[in-house]
Design a protein around this ligand. Structure first.
Ligand code: MSP
Length: 507
């Protein structure tokens, strides 16, 4: 059994979560569930990023105290994760006291080491992105390089973290570990950036007169800590850094940190350097997924094109939504969201291929054998044997690579084999000709095939997996586990339920 520590980014609470935010957590949930059914000891962390002027202003706009505002937003996120079946183990808030203490301690360690100093700062600030840019960057992008909006020039005293001191270390570390940043296109982006730019020290404080809502800068209460420096530290504060050594050492380094491609520099440059300076190992993998877009535009609050995941769950169900997000686009690439594509996916893959198969087979088992089918002396059909063999070889490899589209493809190949088997064997003829043994062999094979499929799809659609197993008369808590994907003789006593995925009519 190995440990598996997985993290999501912390979500800003100034807006309600949209489908892009849901996406990161669904990816992480799928990986976490896969590791659990593989028998690993998983720690899955998510949470909220609650400091910064952007959040203070959002609270002011709602005429409420910032404390009330963040508390109410946190429940919006928790409610969504609950509805999306996100099985996180811990929810961290950057306003948690233990986190604030860790941030203070980390800054003190870096200060004592000489990695933090005070100096004059001149830069260009983008409030919506909470990011500072140099003059050259702003000129090149004609505004904020991230969101293209206007920026504010700022000159003030501040504290700096010596990123530059670690530049050559980072370059050689990343050269030695070309698989740390994934997919490869993001690794190349980061290496290209490091090759073409000299790293400047990072301004990690904000004067309170300008930014009032944040963690107090240790030993200088005129300042608060820059939100990104505060938020990144969550990944170690959540697991006990400088508080619970045993726990921390058993979990750090994180095995995989999922982020969107827009926050790659914070995670692939600032974060490993912060860790190195603190004497800690960088995470094993930083995986950046792509964006969900509508047309050419990233889905975002500022573009006003948000798609609300709660409405999609209401309309299509949580399993269909999870399936769509994980199947439609290879993780790492951008995806285009449309109702048409989600409905097509549901009707073809879920209602037709999977739902129909389960419904028909259970129906026949009920009709021909009153729901009780035992294995007798049956052997696995040849076509099942080769397809399952391939699936069991490929599945874990694809899942470990976060290649969900290929993992699902491999599962759906086997579903295709089962559907073809129904068409070829023609059970209604066996019934007419009273070939009971053959009919039993046919049904047992399909029931066992469906049982195995339900385990493979568990990380993607846990509810569907559980529902199938219950309909097969099994106990999900006991039967979901990758050790159970082997073909076994057994007796099924089925309890047929409703169709898993009703077809969606399109007018
Ligand atoms: N608070 C920072 C992260 C700090 S982590 C220490 C932040 N928050 S965010 O709420 O703006 O974004 C959170 C995540 O949502 C990011 O990984 C971002 O890439 C992702 N997405 C936001 N919009 C998205 C899409 N339209 N599509 C896919 N993911 C996108 O950044």
């Amino acid at each position: 059994m190995s440990k598996f520590y997985i993290t999501t980014p912390l979500y800003y609470v100034n807006a309600s979560p949209h489908i892009g935010h849901a996406y990161t957590n669904v990816i992480c949930d799928c990986l976490a569930r896969f590791r659990r059914i593989q028998g690993d000891s998983v720690f899955f962390l998510t949470g909220t990023d609650e400091h910064g002027e952007k959040i203070k202003r959002a609270a002011d706009a709602e005429n409420t105290s910032v404390e009330n505002f963040v508390n109410s937003k946190v429940s919006v996120f928790k409610n969504l994760w609950n509805k999306l079946d996100i099985s996180y183990d811990f929810f961290i808030r950057t306003t948690d006291n233990f986190h604030k203490e860790t941030v203070g301690k980390a800054i003190k360690i870096l200060f004592d080491k000489g990695d933090i100093y005070k100096a004059k700062y001149r830069g260009f600030y983008c409030m919506p992105c909470e990011s500072f840019w140099t003059e050259a960057q702003v000129k090149e992008a004609d505004g904020c390089p991230l969101c293209k909006r206007g920026v504010e020039e700022i000159v003030e005293d501040n504290y700096f973290f010596k990123l530059s001191k670690y530049e050559s270390w980072l370059k050689s570390y990343l050269k030695e570990k070309p698989d740390l940043i994934r997919p490869r296109i993001r690794y190349n982006e980061v290496m290209g950036f490091l090759d073409n730019n000299v790293l400047e020290d990072l301004c990690i404080s904000r004067p309170k007169k300008r930014v009032s809502w944040g963690i107090d800068f240790p030993a200088d209460s005129n300042f608060v800590v820059y939100v990104w420096f505060d938020a990144l530290l969550n990944y170690i504060s959540a697991v006990g850094f400088d508080r619970d050594e045993g726990r921390f050492n058993s979990l750090w380094p994180a095995d995989i940190q999922l982020i969107g491609k827009d926050i790659i520099r914070h995670h692939a440059i600032f974060w490993p350097i912060m860790l190195k300076a603190l004497g800690l190992e960088p995470p094993r993998i930083i995986f950046a997924h792509g964006w969900w877009k509508i047309g050419e535009d990233k889905i975002s609050k500022s573009k006003g094109n948000i798609v609300n995941p709660l409405e999609l769950i209401e309309e299509f169900g949580v399993s269909a939504l999870r399936y769509f997000l994980l199947r439609e686009v290879p993780v790492g690439m951008d995806g285009n969201f449309s109702y048409k594509t989600i409905i097509n996916r549901i009707n073809s893959d879920l209602a037709n291929d999977l739902g129909n198969l389960v419904y028909r087979v259970l129906n026949m088992a009920q009709k021909y054998f009153s729901g009780r089918i035992d294995a007798g002396n049956v052997n696995i059909p040849d076509s099942f044997n080769s397809s399952l063999h391939e699936l069991s070889k490929e599945y874990a490899a694809y899942m470990n690579e976060v290649d969900f589209a290929s993992a699902l493809d491999a599962i759906w190949k086997f579903i295709g084999v089962m559907n073809k088997f129904v068409e070829e064997v023609k059970p209604w003829i066996l019934w007419k000709e009273a070939k009971t043994d053959e009919l039993k062999w046919f049904l047992f094979s399909l029931l066992e095939g469906i049982r195995i499929t339900s385990i493979y799809i568990y990380p993607f659609m846990p509810r569907v997996s559980e529902s199938i197993l219950e309909q097969l008369g099994l106990v999900p808590e006991k039967d979901i586990g990758l050790e159970n994907v082997l073909w076994r003789k057994r007796t099924f006593v089925i309890k047929k339920g409703n169709p898993l995925f009703p077809r969606i009519d399109v007018d």
